[in-house]
Design a protein around this ligand. Structure first.
Ligand code: GTP
Ligand code: SPV
Ligand code: MN
Length: 591
């Protein structure tokens, strides 16, 4: 590529031009290319990516418009230990985030950015998070030297001219700078400057580290903006449940990474629920604001799915399988002889021979996984057969229920409804996942992941809980809050609840409760379905497993509440008194 062969700036916004110029002076790219988001551009960039070996075409007959990418084996997931919140004080970032002083972070990363784009192209990627024309949406510009990032951002966000139009001459946009550098973990940092609406990412080329609109802007910076502006930026799926009569109820749900959001958002109800339909609004992130009608309204800031491939099959998630048949980028999955994709848990026979995610020959029966466990597909929302009519609606959808779900082998029952908003916030604040017998010596150790936001909250966790509590007074008609657990295990380590499509049975109770259509039974930890309330007909599950899945064991719960107290202690003095009081009340009840 020749020097100065870039294109004309697509904006006359002075602040934007100055900032791009500043970043170019520091990183010294050979050329600057402004992205317009057009199909022509996508074709051109795809050709460049193929020529560079960044993308490889897959079998175009089976998978039209699909390409394959392999990341550096040292760069296969988000790096929480290298992710920093750079607020003026450490207290603002709180005890659960890594912190660097802004001046130190800018200095350190400036050193790494110096000349980092020599011999490379700097792409200027304008994008909108949220529906175009929505007052909830936010604009970002990502400067990146990775054509892979550009092509992924084009699927995951509303990318191109529309963002520049929305921005006009304004100065309110997120400034994201990304350089892949030499993909060395020693020189990898993901730094957030909430006060400056700025993100600096170096040394990675993968997922949430580099698709800056996603976790960095929509959650870490988003949560900070949400607190200041009175809304919620959450790691939540959004789905609609449509009854045979056509009544639609919207539900948002927080589950930690790789704990089932995409699966739940695309759920296909079992035969028993003939006439019922679940539609997807979003599978990972929800931005929620109070509407003029007093309800909580949610938009999905994203435009695509960056979904976990392993475990995805026509049995577990048909809508995801149908979504990845065209115009999809696959990263770190395995490949078949005829250039199709494969991963553990995909339908059909395990192929005799594959090329694994590192490009090595792989044979059936090998102890190594052929696809990386965090291998992913990037596909446009428009591909999803279950896509909600309202997924792109500037107003969003009104949320009737919020579900918090951890991955708990013990203690937490299939479903519980909170007594009230504060108790519901308590559910979210204390959720987590348990290490299982698979990890020696650590059975039953719970890693808390409040609201599934532990790696994504851009400020102090106790203050975030306080923001959640304070939202109550702003929402005249708040959603009901539930806690679920699809992952309870029996003594043999087997999941007692079949999950996936069968989760519809729980979802049905949740929406009926939210609409006041069904009763419940009060227990010491919340409301649960009465015997018979949960529709278990035509289901392949033993009575014993149902009991195990729904059991509330006072001994386990006493231990749990004590552990929750230690969790709050670890978060320090900003944990709201109301949540500590909530714990004491629950402990009194359980004793
Ligand atoms: P991120 O994209 O990382 O935020 O993940 P996610 O929350 O969208 O998780 P996803 O839906 O991709 O699910 C990840 C894995 O969880 C799947 O491969 C399944 O193995 C498992 N899983 C999802 N739903 C269920 C369920 O209902 N029951 C059980 N037992 N496992 C599930
Ligand atoms: C998650 O880890 O929750 C993801 C994947 O959704 S990433 O975009 O890499 O954060
Ligand atoms: Mn996620």
């Amino acid at each position: 590529m020749t020097a100065n062969s870039g294109n004309q700036a697509l904006s006359t916004n002075k602040q934007l031009l100055d900032w791009v110029d500043q970043c170019a002076k520091m990183t010294k790219p050979d050329q600057i290319v402004w992205c317009d988001g057009s199909e022509e551009e996508q074709r051109r960039l795809t050709e460049i990516a193929v020529a560079q070996g960044v993308l490889e075409p897959l079998n175009q007959e089976k998978l039209p418009g699909c390409y394959y990418s392999r990341s550096n084996p040292n760069d296969v997931a988000r790096v929480e230990h290298l992710t920093f919140i750079c607020t003026p004080t450490k207290e603002e970032a709180g005890p659960t985030n890594n912190w660097m002083a802004p001046a130190d972070a800018y200095k350190k990363l400036s050193g790494l950015y110096d000349g980092a784009m020599k011999g490379r192209t700097m792409y200027v990627v304008p994008y909108v998070m949220g529906p175009l024309g929505s007052s909830s949406s936010k604009i970002g510009i990502e400067l990146t030297d990775s054509v892979y990032v550009v092509l992924n951002m084009r699927i995951m966000t509303r990318m191109g001219k529309a963002a520049l139009q929305m921005m006009g001459d304004g100065n309110e946009f997120n400034r994201g700078l990304h350089s892949t550098l030499d993909v060395n973990p020693e020189r990898r940092f993901i730094c957030h400057f909430p006060q400056d609406n700025t993100i600096w990412s170096v040394g990675s080329g993968y997922g949430g580290n580099v698709l800056l609109g996603k976790k960095c802007l929509a959650l870490r910076i988003g949560s900070y903006l949400g607190r200041n502006e009175g809304w919620l930026a959450e790691h939540m799926l959004i789905l609609g449940v449509e009854s045979p009569e056509g009544e639609v109820t919207y539900v948002a749900g927080a589950f930690p990474s790789a704990c089932g959001k995409t699966n739940f958002a695309m759920l296909i109800p079992p035969k028993r629920f003939h006439g019922w339909k679940v539609t997807t609004v979003g599978d990972d992130i929800a931005w929620m604001r109070v509407g003029s009608d007093g309800r909580l309204w949610a938009v999905n800031p994203e435009a695509g799915y960056f979904g976990v491939a392993p475990g995805t099959s026509m049995k577990s998630n048909p809508n995801a399988m149908l979504s990845v048949r065209k115009n999809t980028l696959f990263t770190n999955v395995a490949r078949t002889k005829d250039n199709d994709v494969w991963w553990e848990g995909k339908d059909g026979e395990v192929p005799e021979e594959l090329t694994d995610w590192q490009g090595r020959p792989w044979k059936k029966g090998s102890a190594d996984k052929a696809a990386h466990p965090n291998s992913r597909f990037t596909s446009p929302a428009a591909n999803n057969p279950a896509l909600s009519k309202f997924w792109d609606d500037p107003q969003g959808v009104p949320i009737s229920a919020i579900i918090f779900g951890g991955r708990r082998a013990t203690t937490v029952p299939l479903v519980v409804q909170s007594f009230n908003w504060t108790h519901g916030v308590y559910f979210g604040a204390t959720m987590g996942s348990e290490t299982t017998a698979a990890a020696t010596g650590k059975v039953g150790v719970v890693r808390r992941d409040p609201m599934a936001m532990l790696p994504f909250c851009g400020y102090d966790m106790g203050s975030y809980f306080q923001h959640w509590l304070a939202m109550q007074s702003k929402i005249p008609m708040p959603p009901k809050i539930f806690m679920v657990n699809w992952f309870r295990q029996n003594a043999q380590g087997k999941f007692v609840w079949p999950g996936f499509g069968e989760n519809m049975r729980v979802l049905k109770w949740v929406i009926d409760r939210a609409r006041g259509k069904v009763g419940g039974q009060e227990t010491k930890i919340g409301w649960v379905p009465r015997p018979g309330d949960l529709d278990l007909s035509d289901m392949d599950i033993s009575e014993e497993d149902v009991l195990e899945a729904t059991k509330i064991d006072p001994v386990e719960w006493k231990r749990e509440l004590e552990a929750q107290g230690e969790w709050f202690d670890s978060l320090g003095s900003t944990v709201p008194k109301a949540l500590r009081l909530q714990r004491e009340l629950l402990l009194e009840r359980i004793k």
